[in-house]
Design a protein around this ligand. Structure first.
Ligand SMILES: Cc1cc2nc3c(=O)[nH]c(=O)nc-3n(C[C@H](O)[C@H](O)[C@H](O)COP(=O)(O)OP(=O)(O)OC[C@H]3O[C@@H](n4cnc5c(N)ncnc54)[C@H](O)[C@@H]3O)c2cc1C
Length: 598
């Protein structure tokens, strides 16, 4: 059975030593996040996720969710009790505003707690994850009355939330959606249509479910600019604000799927369900984007989290499993064979996962801090810079971390040999669970297109130029330090590849857009590698400073950072050259064959 230990020390290293979270103390909520509070919150989160949520991961996979004849859905055994503990502990709203019952702590705290939760049980974590996305959308786009009506209950975890975009004939191309909204005399709307693949669409964890539904008001223009967002509660509220009559939205079925069996993926039928507009008419996609951006970061966290738990178990197995002898000489003469961790090919797998996970965690923590700046700073320039950073790196965090996160679960499975393929050790569940993160919230191909097609050129390339300048600035500032050269040299080279690729698009995409489409996946990964490399140089610098200052008993962990950073620079970052080369070949061989030739 897999086990899990929340990487609390690593998170504390990032917050305290790498990003110096105290620098953000001028932002609301940060002054409350004193080192003691942060440590206590992370310690409690570790306990909840390791002891309560993780033991349900296998059960959830085996039992799945059950839909009953009346359309109600039962979650796997133990989910209800664990969710109650989660809600009672105030975890849903640790970063939500205090005026609605939240704790107002920095967003980055939710980000790291969510990593622990997903590692412990991805299917379970999706119930609160979707709710946090819906809370974010209501906070930004809701009227004062809508906020008062829904947020306190959602933040308390008494009600959950969903996101309803997908319909049978449209997933990526939401301009085709058909769910209809007809205005009523009292200002409400009646919604009719079918939504599919709705995560956490029906369940028994909470007394109400607040569906955020993208629909088309009768007579609205065709296409994406004719869509509007609506709040449609599963149970309508009585005059006292308490759940009363059932609304006309029902779960028609739940999908049989590859993984995340513990999460109910529903077909939801709206048969004249009562809803209220949120945000502006025909600008639903803008409101939805607030939720989608949150959700995309959340899905990036999923990529890391499943990769992390798979890695942890692969390490344990590699230390225990005895097979063959080290080619460098016997390591365990008292045993019939050496543990497989002595073999370089097993090490290659473990180091790849480790080097990726630690940098991905840094990037996610950094993005969480940027999100805090973007939402909470009073300095308009700082807000804009943080917003630019988030815009540029959201598709990277979603696309790259889920692509590599999935690849890592396969690597971890490989470490187990045949024992990874059978169900007993739980490794194949990680592979199955991680796979969806590459698909939903905009398939990764769409993330790459968003990056190259929209984000790169936005505001005259301001965001990407600022990113180049920041990385270049770091390299210049520390370039004189001999010990940093093995890290900064490769990063400088990789940044050069990224700049060349960006230039190539500027010169070759306008006259032939397929050049951008054909190179977008490579560009997303090229930018991802440079961003992860930038995280590594900052971690190495912080580790060296701590070692120089005496390390306080953390010497082994800090030395491991220096070695792991070198592995990343030597064995992973050189991929940037191949990405650049592929980008520069353009779209010709990709697109030359007529469709009939396939
Ligand atoms: C388990 C699960 C949970 C989900 N949860 C939710 C949820 O809670 N709420 C919700 O609304 N939806 C949800 N979804 C739906 C999910 O977001 C969509 O499946 C996803 O956005 C892709 O849409 P699609 O499946 O229709 O694929 P399509 O849009 O048909 O895309 C098929 C392929 O074509 C590619 N493609 C499409 N258009 C282009 C283009 N213009 N250029 C290049 N490539 C393109 C895509 O990248 C993809 O690889 C969920 C799906 C699953 C399986």
């Amino acid at each position: 059975m897999p086990t899990y230990k929340a990487p609390v020390d690593d998170v504390l290293f990032l917050l305290n030593d790498v990003f110096h979270v105290e620098r953000f103390n001028n932002l609301p909520g940060f002054a409350d996040a004193t080192p003691d509070v942060v440590e206590a919150v992370l310690g409690e989160a570790a306990k909840l996720t390791e002891e309560v949520v993780q033991p349900l991961n296998r059960i959830g996979d085996q039992q799945g969710c059950t839909r009953h004849a009346d359309g109600s859905v039962t979650t796997p055994a133990g989910f209800k009790e664990a969710y109650k503990q989660y809600a009672d502990g105030g975890w849903m709203g640790i970063s939500a505003p205090a005026e609605f019952g939240g704790q107002g702590l920095p967003v980055v705290m939710t980000t790291v707690v969510n990593e622990f939760l997903v590692s412990a049980n991805m299917a379970f974590a999706m119930y609160p994850g979707l709710t946090q996305g819906a809370i974010a959308a209501i906070l930004v786009h809701g009227t004062p009355e809508q906020k008062q009506t829904y947020l306190p209950q959602m933040i308390a975890g008494a009600w959950t939330g969903t996101m309803n975009l997908t319909e049978p004939h449209c997933g990526t191309d939401l301009g085709m959606l058909r769910t209809k909204a007809v205005k009523q005399a009292d200002g409400s709307y009646k919604l009719t249509g079918t939504k599919i693949f709705i995560s956490a669409g029906e369940h028994d964890l909470a007394e109400n479910i607040v569906h955020l539904v993208l629909a088309r008001i009768d007579g609205a223009p065709a296409g994406i600019k004719g869509t509007t967002l609506f709040i449609v509660p599963k149970v309508l509220l009585g005059a006292d604000g308490k759940p009363g009559a059932r609304n006309a939205v029902t779960c028609g079925s739940i999908e049989e799927k590859m993984g995340i069996h513990g999460n109910s993926t529903c077909v939801l039928n709206y048969d004249g369900a009562t809803g209220w507009m949120i945000g502006d008419e025909n600008r639903g996609i803008n409101a939805m984007f607030t939720m989608m951006n949150e959700a995309r970061l959340g899905v990036g966290v999923q990529g890391l989290a499943v990769s992390e738990v798979a890695y942890q178990n692969a390490v344990t197995y590699a230390k225990e499993r005895l097979q063959g002898r080290s080619i460098a000489g016997v390591k365990a003469p008292d045993k019939p064979a050496d543990p497989i961790i002595v073999h370089p090919d097993i090490r290659r797998n473990l180091m790849t996962m480790k080097a990726f996970n630690e940098a991905a965690r840094a990037l996610i923590v950094w993005a969480g801090l940027q999100s805090d700046v973007a939402h909470r700073s009073e300095d308009q320039k700082a807000r804009q810079a943080a917003d630019d950073f988030m815009g540029l790196l959201t598709p990277v965090i979603k696309g790259v971390i889920t692509d590599q996160g999935f690849a890592n679960t396969v690597m971890a499975q490989q470490v187990y040999g045949g024992h990874g393929y059978i169900a007993e050790h739980g490794m194949e569940q990680f592979v199955r669970d991680a796979r969806i993160a590459m698909i939903y919230e905009g398939a990764n191909g769409i993330q790459a297109l968003d990056l190259v097609g929209r984000k790169l050129g936005k505001d005259g390339g301001r965001a990407v130029m600022a990113f180049f300048a920041e990385v270049q600035g770091f390299i210049k500032e520390h370039g004189g330090d001999e010990a940093m050269k093995p890290y900064l040299g490769p990063l400088g080279e990789a940044l050069g590849h990224l700049q060349q690729a960006t230039m190539w698009f500027m010169q070759n995409a306008p006259k032939k857009p397929d050049n951008a489409g054909a190179g977008s996946h490579d560009y997303m990964h090229l930018l991802g590698l440079v961003a992860l490399g930038y995280m590594w140089v900052q971690m190495v610098k912080a580790a060296r400073e701590k070692i120089a200052a005496g390390a306080n008993g953390a010497g082994e962990r800090l030395n491991a950072k220096l070695v792991t950073g070198r592995f990343f620079m030597e064995r992973m970052l050189p991929e940037t050259a191949a990405h650049l080369k592929r980008i520069q070949t353009g779209a010709d061989s990709v697109m030359a064959l007529p469709a009939e030739a396939f």
